[in-house]
Write a protein that binds this ligand. Sequence first.
Ligand code: 26Q
Length: 832
Amino acid sequence: MSPRYACTVNPNPELNNTPELGMDEKSLEQDFKSYYGNHLAQDKGCASGHYLYTSLALTLRDRLFERMKKTKMAYSESKCKQAYYMSMEFLMGRAMGNAALNLGLSETVTKAMVELGLDFEELTELEHDAGLGNGGLGRLAACFIDSCATLQLPVTGYGIRYEYGMFQQSIENGNQMESPDHWLRDGNPWELERPEYTQRIKFGGHTEFRKNVAGNMSVHWVDSNDILAVPYDLPIPGYQNGTVNKLRLWKSEATDEFNLEDFNAGSYTEAVASKNAAENISMVLYPNDASENGKELRLRQQYFLASASLQDILNHWITNNGENFDDFAEKNCFQLNDTHPTVGVAELMRLLMDEHNMGWDKAWTIVTKTMAYTNHTLLPEALERWPVHMFGRLLPRVLEIIYEINARFLSEVARKWPGDKARLASMSIIEEGGQQQVRMAHLAIVGSFSVNGVAALHSELLQKGLFNNFYQLWPNKFNNKTNGVTQRRWMAWCNPALTELVSETIGEQWVTDLDQLKKLTPFANSTAFQRKWNDVKKANKTRLADLVKQSCGVTFDTDAMFDIQVKRIHEYKRQLLNVLHVIHLYDRIKRGDTKGIVKRCVLFGGKAAPGYAMAKDIIKLINNVANVVNNDPDVGDRLKVVFLPNYQVSAMEVICPAADLSEQVSTAGKEASGTGNMKFMMNGAVTIGTLDGANIEIREEAGDENFFLFGLTEDEVEKERVGYNPRAIIAKDRDLKRVVDLLEGGHFNQFEPNRFDNIINAFTSHNDPWMTIADFRSYIDAQHLAGLAYQDQERWTAMSIMNTATSGKFSTDRTMEEYNNEIWKLEKVSPK
Ligand code: 26Q
């Protein structure tokens, strides 16, 4: 433990009797003024919004920490089992609106601010997004911990406090530009540094085997380069229930004994400068949403997270139980968010054996009773692998343990399938041949008692395909947990007008029991209710149109259908298919074939991994097509297209309430679940989608008549691959032929010859893994039907209402109940 802030006996118990904070308008106003004038020392000379924002944030934060202490006390007094959500990403977005909502202070704060001549909503917009994640997986972690706090489940999040989050995206001449997101520059009022819980993390060095006086062998990891992990806690409030859980994020720091050699050789400055290497570890989030394999810094980050978190949890255990670990597995559970923190399987073995003198079998029993693994991808190329030589150089002791885990595991496989060498090789944690690699997914499955996918189809495909060997060995480990999103942020906070309408119609219970939305069903065809519903949608569309005007300079007509695809840019997500449809509409308008065409505003948004050339080409194509379409007088306001730069959580809060049509068009079998699809559905958008990921369950809930289905099924995709000939399909489809001719003729790249050749080559290839052309016709037809449906206002509004009404399943409250009932088995604890 760090000598900094070492705990001493508190001499005065009075200090622990903090007076309770007021929750009324006057108290908030008073605290606000005190923070503004005293803590931040503002006077009439300044009018920076930053200080106003910070004053309110600190006022709310006090009330969160007050409840966080009580929650911690309740957990510790009840000695309850606890779960830890370990994730390299927590895509939190902004905290202020959520804090006010969950503290039950939305109205009070709004009024208090009015008293001070301020606008609460405007203040919330001054907050920088906490962009500590890439996309779905990171935002899922944020929704999960929100729901856990609301359900009063004792769950703590563990992650990394990146100095730089997801990069900021801007568009120059149609191209994505990246710039660093220094989100902590202006300070972060929501976090609390906890140096007294600092942990020490080892890297490098080597191992030594020693015999003690009793003749027992012990292993020592020596000559390592250590760094420190300093925790910062963020409060995670439940919805108006007194519970505030915590998210603990680790920052790396140098130890003070860094580079003693340099130091003693008189190189004081060089020694101090080498602090940099240590502090690098938590410097930046890797901006890839599919794996970028083999980067040493990334492995350092993963081990840093796993080791710091496990040591923290073991220290806490020892404080309460001493070195007796008999009940440890009954009281603790680790949920691994993908394989990213999976080195923790071997690290927990190391800590128990090397630091706490436990034997292998006992330690292994603890590990395999406490670890649970969630998989988020079906793309084999996205499975994490680490070169053995790098692993061994960085984490020598951990690699030894992985070898031992593997040896014991392979002998179990050999017992079940004697002589089956091929199976042994394919299941081994170590991949042989060429350069040896550690397969992290195999380590996760072997070390966990539970392995889950994130939607029904995804979990089924894991069992049938990717992990079939493991499924045959341990069928009972495998299960499904369909994703969700929190309706507090994704409806109550981001769509206040809809919230008011829904609550006045069916009551407020849906905020913590989303199935209540079913009660909207009888209103789906009511003229009066439809009118109100449309007014809400219209106001939300106006808000988005303002944002689009401001960021892209394009005017969106709010009578038009808002057709939206926002998500990371990836070939499997097929933004390209959407662009082909846009070009098709443009072509029809140009040739005067406008029958049945509805006015559309098409919006794209999303970031491409900086090294993913094809994804960046797709962004360029979208922008070039937008440029041509938006500036063609023949098109007018029939069709508008924009690429909204810098898509992030706070942008989605404006986008999803305004959507009419939600584009979920991935190649079947490739999108594990999707969660944007759920946010759109909740806010009354109708989905056009393939039978992929959670779309399947969305359609089951909404009903076929409230969903525009198209495309090959996962089975059909695999069959179509044989003899797939996109050129033949293009030749036979006149609409498609015209679209491809426009592209090949350079219509969208007049001054940049060959700019889109890579894209054209990709979708016309026999080996196109994403089968874009195979789904074109069925997509165009479904789009046409969606357009016709939109023209029938009443029908469309009923579809919209029915989507919201049937979205109950997609609350993370339901997801978390399932994790808890089937994996964690925690009891709910409420603070006094
Ligand atoms: C791995 C190694 C090195 C660098 C980066 C990575 C990395 C980082 C992020 C790999 C993957 C991710 C993120 C994956 C992700 O967001 N997956 C999505 O997870 C959602 C929540 O379950 C699903 O809804 C989506 O279908 C899935 O694509």
